[in-house]
Each structure stands twice: as C-alpha cells, then as structure tokens.
Design a protein around this ligand. Structure first.
Ligand SMILES: Cc1cc2nc3c(=O)[nH]c(=O)nc-3n(C[C@H](O)[C@H](O)[C@H](O)COP(=O)(O)OP(=O)(O)OC[C@H]3O[C@@H](n4cnc5c(N)ncnc54)[C@H](O)[C@@H]3O)c2cc1C
Length: 571
C-alpha cells in the first residue's frame, strides 16, 4: 500500500539555507518555522493523505439538486480549518497567521500532493478571499472574509462558458443594473471548480459578466460577487431561505481530481440572481487576474507537489521490491529513472519556493519603496507562467515515470500511483491552457524591460554555474550551449514581433517557454548545489545528492531543450 512521505530535509534546506526565510520576518525564528512545517507534515500524513484514495473512488455527486461529498471530506475540511492550516500565511488583519510566503507554500505543497482534489476547495476560496480583501466593498470584507476564514463559506472562480473557454472575451453572461445599485446576473458557466459542495453553507462566486455597453470582447467585462444564498449586506446574515437562483445543473464526470466538484452553474435561470460589482466596471479581467494569478501558482503547485510525492513513493517502492536478487533501486535503468525524478521534483520545489519568496520580497520592497520593486514585480510576472506550465507538464511526466518504476503494480490501483497521472493531467488545461500560458509569456513577460528581467535572473546565478563547472564541466558547458542558443532565439523572436510577424512568433511560444523554464530551474539547482557544498548540519548523503542534482537535471532534462531550440530554428 502507498505510504505518504515528504522530503522534509530538502524543504528545510531550501527554506533556511538557500532562501534564508528566517531573516525575513523579525517575529518568527528558524525553530518556529521548522515546527510549523513538521506539524503541517503530520496533519497531512494523518488526516489528508488517508482521504486521497477513497475520495478518488467515491467522488462527489449531484443528488436532489445538491452537490454531496463523502462525510469524511466534511470532517477533513473542519479539521483543516480548526487546526489553523487555512489561516497560515493570511494577514493578521483578517484573522490569519502571517508567516513567510515560502513557508506557507511549502506546507501547502505537502497538503496539495496528498489530496489535490480536496485542496482545490480551500485554494479557490482563499484566492476569492484575496480579491475581496483587495477590491471588495467594506461589507464584503466585514461579512464574507470571516466566514471564509471559518471554513463555512466557500469561493469559486467563474469564467468559462460553453462558447468561451480560452477566449474569455466571448462570454455571454449578462449583468443588468438594478435601481438599488445591484445587478441581475443571467447566464451559464461551465467547468466551475468548487462550484458547490455540501460542506459549505454558502458559496461566493466571482463571476465575469457583461454589463450593457458596446465595448467588444474583454473590454466589456466586469466582475461580480454572486452568493448562492443571499446575504443581508448590512448585517452579513445569510438569508438561508433566500436562494439566489444559482443552480448546479451538472457535476462533470472526469478523468481525475474526483473529490473536486466541477460544476455547471445556471445563474438567474428562473428568477432574479443578484450580483454585486467588485472593482470598477469594465475592469473585470484585471480584477479577476488577482485571483487567476494566484490560481495559476496553485496550479503549478499541484504539478510540483504531485511530482515530489510520486517520486518519494517510487523511491520507497524501488528500495523494497526485489527482482533478479536485488532491490529495484540497484538496477541501472531504475537508478536512471529515480535520478530523473529526483532532479526534476527538487528543481520544481526550488522553483515554487523561490517564486513564493520573490512575492515576499516584492511586498517588502513595496513597503520600503525600494528600487527593486519594478524588477521584482516583473520577475514574479515572468515566473508565474513558468510555474504554471512547466510544473504541470513535468508533474505529469514524473507521474508517468513513477508508474514505470512501479511496473505492473503502478498501472493497477493498489499503490495509488496511477491516480497521479489522472490527477496531474488537468493542470496543463485549466487556469489557461499551457499553450495560452506560452502566449502570455512571449507577448507580455519575457521581453519586459527589453528582456532585462530574465537576463538579470540568470546573471545573478552565473557565479553558481561557474562553481559547479569545477566538478561538472561537461554539464555546465551544455547549460552554456542552451543559454547561448536561447538568447539567439529570443533575439530572433523579438525581431519577428517587432516586424509584426506575430503568427510565426506565436508558433514558437511553447518551445520558448519550456526552454526558458528549463534554464531557470537548472540555474536554481546550481545555486542549491553550491550552497550544499558548504552547508553543515545535514546528513552527508543528502548533501552529496544535492551537489549532484543540478548536473543530473542538465543531463536528463535540460538537454531536451537543445532539440526544442532546433525546432525554433526550423520554424
Ligand atoms: C476539471 C476542470 C476544472 C475547471 N475549473 C474551472 C474553474 O474553476 N473556473 C473556470 O472558469 N474554468 C474552469 N475550467 C475551464 C478551463 O479553464 C478551460 O477548460 C480552459 O481554459 C480551456 O478552455 P476550453 O476547454 O474551452 O478549450 P479551448 O479554448 O477550446 O482550447 C482547446 C485547445 O486549443 C488551444 N487554443 C485555444 N485558443 C488558442 C489560441 N488563441 N492560440 C493557441 N491555442 C489556442 C488551447 O490551448 C487548447 O489546447 C475547468 C476545466 C476543467 C476540465
């Protein structure tokens, strides 16, 4: 049977020795951070992971017009909130426990890997809550946030419609102004995660809709807070007898994430569905981007967390199963697979924690009005599509590799590894498909400040690559070859965009995003390899592995970028 395992040593090494999060916040020391991550791991192992397999099997059901989850999901949900895990990383102002962002993300990664479907409920609720915290009216902040913090109200993100998937601007849901300043919402949204579930008394939908205007596409879109049950805006009381005409008409049958309810929602089908404008009229897309950017990082975290957990399971299995008188982990081809998985999963972990840390630095630089603010803002913008697309793609690849390490048992359900394949695959599709992420990366991110953001990121890590070259000259030479060829391609693409050869450039966007991602992860791993060469306080085998990880990543993963770069040359 599958057992939960987490590489707490690697998490601690990245948090404390590489990112040094203990120095960011004066009121929290290394020991307290350590205690939090160990407690989070314990809760994940004891409470979340045991629900992974049964909730995949039982799923959620639409019965009598209500979306019902198995009772153990409601129990887990209560425990998640009561033990303070939802509140971790939330500002004190909202009743949360502020901690460095990378620490919160490290914990969230453990939980997400252990039951990806369940974790979508608190994930989407928190993302909706953050929009309300930043843009909501006082009554929303006063009455909705405490309910979300308590776990009794959920949140959802409603963009997609039958005719509007990637093309959000084609949506047809309408918001008609009422005399009292509220809006009447009418339309159908599909594929809405956490659209409804019985462990929430009420769900607050953030709905994109069009108000009457002749503005085309996304320019005519505004964002609305639409509760499932009406709320008295003066007192915050939920008028539980007053259903707000939001009906779940279907729960999708799907390949994976069975514990996450994917709902078709009808708004105002037979009566008035009231919505409240959040942010300015026609600013719906930029307001929703607060939520979408967070959801994209969470989506990347789904890929990363499952890559990390499935690697741990493969490692454990390979150390126990004997074939040809030896455990699997002594056979060279299995060692190759484990090395591929270790270097990628640790690389993805470093990427996610680095990005979370960059958010902390961004917030601090804003408070201190530091000169780095603009760079950090562009850096997190650059890293968001990388985290989303690269981590989801590689999460899937690592899940497939784990099945291979488990052989026939991997293909069968007993060890729970085939579930990773089914659960990770959706990450490439939702929150903007990876193809759409690539377009965003090419047209809005990589050329910001004349490409100086990406260049500065790499430059800051050049010294680590040079140090690595002392032990791994061939791998570092290969990295240099990839970077050089990538820079040529970026120049070429920049010229194509300037000459308005947009379709040609767009055809290269996906390979470009993946090459940039590979280079980013290789350079982060080079940094951690160098830190490991001087670190103390960790077991020698771990430090030896860590010094090897960057070279393994270049050998097994970055090398593929050479083929992708050739594709770019040929396009
Ligand atoms: C399980 C699940 C949960 C979801 N949760 C939510 C949710 O909570 N909220 C929500 O609003 N939506 C949600 N979605 C919807 C999801 O975001 C969309 O499915 C996704 O954005 C793609 O839209 P589509 O399915 O219509 O595909 P399409 O837009 O039809 O795309 C199909 C293919 O064409 C490509 N493509 C489309 N346009 C372009 C272009 N201009 N250039 C290049 N390639 C293009 C895409 O990359 C993709 O490969 C969910 C979907 C699923 C399956």
């Amino acid at each position: 049977m599958a057992k939960f395992a987490a590489d707490l040593t690697d998490i601690e090494f990245l948090l404390f020795d590489v990112l040094k999060i203990q120095s960011h916040q004066t009121d929290i020391d290394r020991e307290s951070c350590r205690e939090i991550i160990h407690e989070y791991e314990k809760f994940t192992r004891q409470e979340i992971f045991p629900t992974r397999e049964p909730s995949d099997r039982d799923g959620v059901k639409l019965e009598g017009g209500k979306v019902i989850a198995p009772s153990y999901m409601a129990k887990l949900h209560r425990a998640f909130h009561e033990n303070g895990w939802y509140a971790l990383g939330v500002k004190e102002q909202w009743g949360g426990t502020p901690v460095p962002e990378a620490l919160a993300i490290a914990g969230l990664s453990l939980a997400t890997g252990a039951n990806t479907g369940y974790m979508m409920y608190p994930g989407l609720t928190k993302a909706a809550m953050n929009v309300i915290a930043q843009k909501g009216a006082a009554w929303m902040q006063q009455h909705i946030i405490p309910k979300m913090m308590g776990g009794t109200w959920g949140g959802s993100m409603c963009l997609t419609e039958p005719g509007a998937g990637s093309d959000v601007g084609a949506l047809r849901t309408t918001a008609t102004p009422l005399a009292n300043g509220e809006y009447s919402i009418k339309g159908t949204k599909i594929f809405i995660s956490s659209g409804e579930v019985d462990f929430y008394e009420n769900t607050i939908h953030l709905v994109l809709a069009k108000t009457p205007s002749d503005r085309p596409g996304t320019k005519g879109i505004s964002l609305f807070v639409v509760p499932r049950y009406r709320i008295d805006t003066a007192t915050g009381a939920m008028q539980s007898q007053q259903w707000n005409q939001v009906r779940c008409s279907k729960v999708e049958e799907k390949m994976g994430i069975h514990s996450s309810a994917t709902c078709e929602l009808q708004f105002g089908e037979q009566g008035e569905c009231r919505g409240y404008l959040i942010g300015d009229e026609f600013e719906g897309m930029s307001t929703m981007f607060i939520m979408m950017n967070e959801a994209r990082l969470l989506c990347g975290l789904q890929g990363e967390s499952q890559a990390c957990l499935t690697y741990e399971m493969a490692k454990q299995y390979a150390s126990e199963r004997v074939q040809f008188d030896h455990t699997l982990d002594q056979h060279p081809d299995v060692i190759r697979m484990l090395h591929r998985m270790r270097s990628m999963s640790r690389g993805l972990r470093h990427l996610m924690l680095f990005t979370a840390n960059a958010f902390d630095q961004l917030h601090r630089s804003q408070e201190q009005q530091s000169a780095d603010y603009e760079y950090l803002q562009d850096l997190v913008g650059l890293l968001t599509p990388i985290c989303k697309a690269y981590a989801t793609e590689q999460g899937l690849q690592m899940s497939l590799e784990s099945v291979q390490v488990h052989g026939g048992y991997g293909y069968c359900t007993e060890y729970g590894v085939e579930q990773f394949v089914r659960d990770t695959l959706i990450g490439r599709i939702y929150e903007g498909t990876n193809g759409i992420q690539a377009i965003d990366f090419l047209t809005r991110k990589v050329f910001r400040q004349n490409g100086q953001v990406f260049a500065r990121f790499l430059q800051e890590r050049n010294g680590f690559m040079e140090q690595l070259a002392a032990h791994y000259p061939k791998e570092v030479a290969l990295y240099g070859q990839v970077v050089q060829s990538l820079q040529q391609q970026l120049k070429q693409l920049g010229a194509e965009l300037a000459q308005k050869q947009v379709p040609k450039a767009l055809g290269k966007a996906y390979d470009l995003l993946f090459c940039c991602s590979g280079v980013v992860v290789a350079s982060l791993l080079a940094e951690s390899s160098c830190v490991a060469s001087k670190a103390a306080g960790y077991a020698a085998p771990y430090l030896a592995e860590k010094q090897q990880d960057a070279a393994l990543f270049i050998k097994y993963h970055l090398v593929n970028c050479l083929a992708q770069l050739k594709t770019l040359e040929l396009s």
